[in-house]
Design a protein around this ligand. Structure first.
Ligand SMILES: CC(=O)N[C@H]1[C@@H](OP(=O)(O)OP(=O)(O)OC[C@H]2O[C@@H](n3ccc(=O)[nH]c3=O)[C@H](O)[C@@H]2O)O[C@H](CO)[C@H](O)[C@@H]1O
Ligand SMILES: [Mn+2]
Length: 287
């Protein structure tokens, strides 16, 4: 196979950090070759599941989410879309068409009154399904928010034992600006001088077994806090950040190309914006 080879010891990107202190690659455009990775992936016969939640009013985001995923997410590879929803028949009525080898699987789940509980309980619901069905149906899981749209290539370069994504609002900020949970009483506590990166709650994944460990850990941390009448400042995102930190976990880190928000403007280091948050009226959509 012919492809552009790396020039001897000359890094393809010098403007951004491409590896963490525990040697997890940070994925940026220009640092990988899709064709090589796709070939490796196909040889292994791996299968990918994309999980998302469309509960209450967030069902309005589902159709454009899947339709744009059809254009940009794991193109040419089999994908199971796992849609967790409290309105299974409304999801069916959306009549979303997906390509050959790809299917939508609807998982009916309860809804919670507070939006904070809806977002946090995703950890419990994902971990519950890991052993029931994910383990036998897919090799890797990608777990993302639904109020998003794909607009450029997202492929197998993101996959690894366990991956996390740099939050677009914090990548260029100093460690002191990270909004980790700072109360020692919380299971999500991270002291002032600790923490490598600030990861987003809305994009993580990995091998099914690792996603099980992650979601199960975060859910139980949340339950312990709940029993002690405390809720981490940014909910599931705070528990995810402490899990990653104390387990030196992500084996791969996705750059903000994989999770962008127009509110964060543009940035010199962004060569692609692959997956972008939709602007929403928070007060309206969460009630
Ligand atoms: C892009 C990103 O990193 N987003 C994170 C961020 O806020 P966001 O403001 O992006 O959170 P959000 O309102 O999008 O809620 C997270 C997700 O929960 C689902 N949902 C939520 C409410 C509801 O009524 N119905 C429903 O289905 C839906 O899939 C949604 O995308 O912080 C949250 C915790 O505070 C979560 O960690 C989000 O993942
Ligand atoms: Mn969101």
């Amino acid at each position: 196979m012919l492809y552009p080879k790396p020039e001897t010891l000359k890094p393809p990107r010098t403007d951004v950090l491409t590896v963490s202190p525990w040697l997890a690659p940070i994925v940026w455009e220009g640092s990988f070759n899709t064709e090589i990775l796709n070939n490796q992936f196909r040889q292994k016969g791996w299968r990918v599941g994309l999980t998302t939640f469309a509960i209450k009013k967030y069902i309005r985001f589902l159709k454009p989410f899947i339709e744009t995923a059809e254009k940009f997410f794991m193109v040419g590879l089999p994908v199971n879309y796992y849609v967790f929803t409290d309105q299974a028949s409304n999801v069916t009525d959306l009549n979303i068409i997906v390509g050959t080898g790809r299917q939508i699987i609807i998982l009916e789940v309860p809804s919670y009154e507070r939006w904070q509980d809806v977002t946090m309980r995703r950890m419990q619901m994902i971990s519950d399904v890991c052993q029931q069905r994910f383990a036998s149906e897919v090799d890797y899981l990608v777990c993302v928010d639904v109020d998003m749209r794909f607009q450029d290539h997202v492929g197998v370069e993101i996959l690894s034992d366990v991956f996390g994504t740099l939050h677009p609002a914090f990548f260029v900020k100093g460690r002191d600006k990270f909004t980790y949970e700072r109360r020692p009483e919380s299971q999500a506590y991270i002291p002032e001088d600790e923490g490598d990166f600030y990861y987003a709650g809305g994009y993580f994944g990995g091998k099914v077994e690792e996603v099980y460990k992650l979601t199960n850990h975060c859910h139980h941390a949340m339950l312990t806090d709940k029993a002690n009448n405390i809720e981490a400042i940014w909910h599931d995102e705070s528990y995810l950040n402490s899990y990653f930190l104390y387990n030196k976990k992500p084996t791969k880190i996705l750059s903000p190309e994989y999770l962008w928000n127009e509110m964060d403007g543009t940035a010199f280091y962004l060569r692609k914006i692959r997956f972008i948050a939709l602007q929403k009226n928070m007060a309206e959509v969460r009630t």
